[in-house]
Design a protein around this ligand. Sequence first.
Ligand code: BGC
Length: 897
Amino acid sequence: MIDRTHGFGFPEGYRIEVAEDPAFENATTVVDVAGGTRNNPIADPIDHDADVSGRFVRVTFTDLYTFDPTSPPVSPVSYRKPDLVREEMSTWQMAALAALAVRDETGVDLARGRPVTASSSIETATWGRELLVDGAYRSTTAPGSPLLRTSVELSKPVETARIHVATLGYGELYVNGVRMGEAVLDPAWTQYDERVLYNTYDVSEALKAGENAIGLWLGRGRFSRGNRDWSGFGSPRAICQLNITYEDGTVRRVSTDLSWRSTESPIVENDIYDGERYDARKERSGWSVPGYDADDWDFASEMPAPGGDLVPQRTDPISVVNRLEPVSIRSQDNGYLVDFGQNITGWLDLRIDNPTAGEEIVLRHAEALDEEGALSTTDLRSADATDTYVPRGDDRERYHPRFTYHGFRYAHVEGFPGTLTEDDVQACVVSTSMPERGTFDCSDENVTQIQRNAKWGLRGNAHGIPEDCPQRDERFGWTGDGQITAQAFLYNFDAVRFHRKWMDDHDDTQSEHGYVADTVPAGFGTTPADPTWSVTRVVIPWYLYQHTGDPAHLERHYEGMRRYVDYWFDQCEDGILPEKYANYGDWLAFENTDGRRGKPFDLFTTAFHYQTTRLVGRAAEVLGYDIDAERYSDRAAAIEDAFTAAFFDSDAATYGPGTQSALAIPLFLGLVPDEHVDGVVKTLATKVREDDGKLRSGFLGTRPLIHVLANHGYEDLAYEVVTQPEQPGWMYMVHQGATTMWERWDSDEQVGSGMNSLNHSPFTFVSEWFYRTLAGIDFGDGSVLDRIEVAPTVVEDLEWVEGTLETPLGDLASRWERTDNSLAVTVQIPWNAKACVRIPFEHDGMSVCEGETVLWEDGSRVALPTGVTHVDREDDTLVVNVESGTYRFDILPGRTS
Ligand code: BGC
């Protein structure tokens, strides 16, 4: 039987050139095959003879393979519903090349094993050659929020209609007066000169016979907003394309062009940091409804595109995910102070009865109050965080901002007509709308509060990218913060799409040399990034693989990961990554510091370089890239040797200066030689005890510290650190009334210091520890598809702990609880999964039952209940391998004879 996919995608026209330089300035054309020839080679290679020399070969597809997706040979497509296919019929083009061989006169393939790069403008090219338009009268700096509209006359019945729209920075789409979708602050921020996200709306039902109106309302977002380290791209603009298929099968395309009309909207100022000013007297009632007279509007002008490819937004949009009522409202300074009882990110939604036209209402936001009980805004730095509403004077009006967001718990409302009550104001929580996928709970309400704070902190710092903080003039994709919190995100939320998008942003900002910037998209900080910060480039694809089992996450980013690690490898001197590359050290640590930076820098840079090198090796192994797997694992071993030689004192079982972080990081990253692990953990535990069970570590060292103590027999000490009631620590924050995570361990003493966020993402990572350590849900060194690890950590101060996680295979759950005379561990393992359950097992006399079946007694296995495939004892754990199902293990003190 003939495989009909052979030759599928082979270009109809192509050109092959050879050159000495990668820019192909003096290229020799070897062959230029004209398009439209259906030059399908099926399974045979096509040879072109040439007498030419050069180092680089370029193949340009000048005419793509086009096909009708409703017909064979690609069978899965024909199962698609015809109405889903129509739109793509005219645009399905593709390119595929199985291999390119470059043979010398003896027939040796010179191209074999050589690097290949590919570029494509396919997504952009599927759009019509229509124009980006703006409403800013050709100004590139206008602070505006233009409205844009057009009319579309439909004379025939519509079968399907879709609108693709990209709005820069933010935008809302209206069809016949109805807002499409519920996303806000859309689309997500990207490196606009590399990639611009668009969204698609099915408007088949929204259109009607006769006149239809399409409207766009734009905001500046990140696109127009410059900042200290980067300049904006100019005025807001949009590109939009409506694709209609009529019932008679004919198609029509309507795009943004110079016939669109544009004018100013009631949003007279908008800025993500400063807030917006909305003048309701300038509203244009019915502006997106058919029949609206826009004759006095200007014509839209054509604007340059920022340069990035148009790519569909495949991450969850930002939306209003929750609404909070005030917990208190009191009069203050010509207005009202509203407390929502929770630090959030978003905006106010205000209902205003009988306002006087033109009398402004001013909404200010802050996370904290000063000593007088007024908003404390110093730590917002240059962010004004103020929204102003100017009423039009109706009986009832309603206002919430559109193109800004604030981090706040308190708001001050000035100029509100009448008495402000809880019926008049709500807080909207605005965040990337990732569904929740994990839960953690335990017997100590304060620990559960820490978990709640972490979840709020994660939510509040997710706006298209994981950001550092949501309130001051930053809100950047700081890589350091992102590498620390990624696992907490993945345990609590379905954050796979969110992080996959951020990895695409990493692709966009990665230098051709391999490094990435401190913040992604690039906007702040240093380039190259601190190598301990930007490990995101490597660790996040790995985490995505662990949580999904899908190697595509590794495949998609493998080249970026590899180039990143290679860059830092090239900067190493004798296996050590010199300290000059470090920007932040163990940021905000309390010991061995240089200002805010915890030392020693080269210990940290080299340790994290080891981590990324090892993970690239692991990724290569998963992907079956055997040569790379060996290369990077050998390289990691060499870094380990250099690290040990430079920093390890085997007699004292310590590293570098012996700080908490200097000990915890090598342990966590697997840099400590096996035979010394116990000794180094003991040194760390002794150090922590000498420090009164208090943290001295910062951003880099704390996550390792709590994990390694718990994983190496010091679980109660780890728990003591995590629940330390005195500063520094999470419980201390809870006792101080925190509802999110602080930026600094001593944020309570740093109010007004200018760098003091009360909703900072990094320390939310403690939630990862709750899932992975206390509940014990982990994926070891593999993925969810390999073997799930359930290794609960039982600590003295808790009666029970429960963690659940939705995995791609189904629900996973782990619970342990103390019963009268025993400990019960209950696990739920999803379908098609295998798990290794590690049951804490303290003394020889203990016995373990699963349900009615005695599993282990008198030091040996008794029976294997259904679903249990293996039982054995390893030191102080009983290792039980199970298949999918729910199991309850009762660990009994044992029958003493
Ligand atoms: C950010 C951090 C970030 C840091 C770099 C700060 O201003 O808010 O969280 O990682 O700069 O040290």
